[in-house]
Design a protein around this ligand. Structure first.
Ligand SMILES: [Zn+2]
Length: 303
């Protein structure tokens, strides 16, 4: 009996195609969100690492030599694009000296491809203003429906680098996509009572999320994305919150809460700290847990 079992296992192992045992594809993503989605699509065919932690401001990351080393070994590099990483990715890529992962090469994925963008500026971009959203709002991963297009772009990149895995990547995409559809229904149902609700957010990170669930941001603590508020802006903001009867000020965890708490005290609104990214450090290991967390926190604080 035992012998038969051992032979069976050996035979099964021998019949498994060799590619299953090929070294995993080394993927480096700029953010933890992209790493989470890549793991869903790549599963055991990939080894994924990321640079910016979910608890860090993705616009401003120190370009450390250790990140260059990671990129020098990457087979596939995936970034959010739209200038989100403009302050740090170019110098990391220069330091990594890995031509295969440069924009336009096989090993490069811009996850924003084919995503319907919000707040794309008309006319020439004025960098002197210091606005870090010069090419349109780059926080598009916060509409869970965009997660599908991101996953599609990642699958495309993986198939370019590892064509033998095509079938698996396609299957994993279909599964991820189905799971996401079901989850979006769940989140939509939970958010339904709060349609039309007006909020203020610290950074303009949330337009994709808010639009998907029928809420609007009437103003921001930052006068422009990436610019700290002046006292005159805060005074206007306090008035605006009172006028529009805004209940909550959403603050990303990497901003100082002090300013928002001051505005909240003066205006009667409440501060809600909301993570805009998957963050292992905060106990979220996948894209689904991110929205579960956001929806649970928001619905509790808007009730
Ligand atoms: Zn931003």
């Amino acid at each position: 009996m035992k012998k038969v079992f051992v032979w069976g296992v050996l035979l099964a192992a021998m019949q498994t195609p060799l590619s299953t045992y090929a070294a995993p594809v080394t993927v480096i993503t700029t953010t933890e969100d992209l790493a989470a989605i890549t793991r869903e699509i790549g599963r055991d065919r990939v080894r994924v690492d990321f640079i910016a932690k979910g608890v860090q401001d993705p616009h401003f990351i120190d370009a450390k030599p250790s990140y260059m080393l990671k990129l020098s070994r990457a087979k596939l590099f995936i970034q959010v694009g739209l200038g989100l990483e403009a302050e740090w990715v170019p110098s990391l890529l220069r330091g990594a000296r890995n031509v295969n992962i440069l924009r336009g090469r096989n090993g490069h994925v811009d996850a924003s491809e084919e995503v319907a963008l919000l707040e794309v500026p008309k006319g020439r971009l004025d960098r002197s203003a210091g606005d870090v959203h010069g090419q349109g709002n780059p926080h598009y991963w916060l509409d869970p429906l965009n997660g599908k297009q991101i996953a599609r772009n990642i699958a495309k990149g993986l198939k370019r680098i590892d064509p033998e895995g095509k079938e698996q990547y396609d299957q994993n995409f279909v599964q991820f996509s189905r799971k996401l559809d079901a989850a979006i229904e769940r989140w939509r149902e939970a958010m339904k009572p709060f349609k039309g609700e007006k909020v203020v957010t610290y950074h303009n990170s949330w337009p994709y999320f808010l639009r998907r669930f029928g809420l609007t941001a009437v103003d921001y603590v930052e006068p422009k994305p990436g610019i700290s508020p002046s006292s005159s802006h805060l005074i206007q903001l306090i008035e605006r919150i009172k006028e529009e009867k805004v209940k909550i000020i959403i603050v990303e965890p990497y901003f100082n809460e002090k300013t928002s708490r001051f505005v909240a005290r003066k205006s009667g609104a409440r501060v809600v700290v909301l993570p805009p990214s998957v963050s292992k450090a905060s106990g979220m290991t996948d894209y689904f847990q991110l929205f579960d967390h956001i929806v649970a926190t928001l619905t509790a604080s808007l009730e």
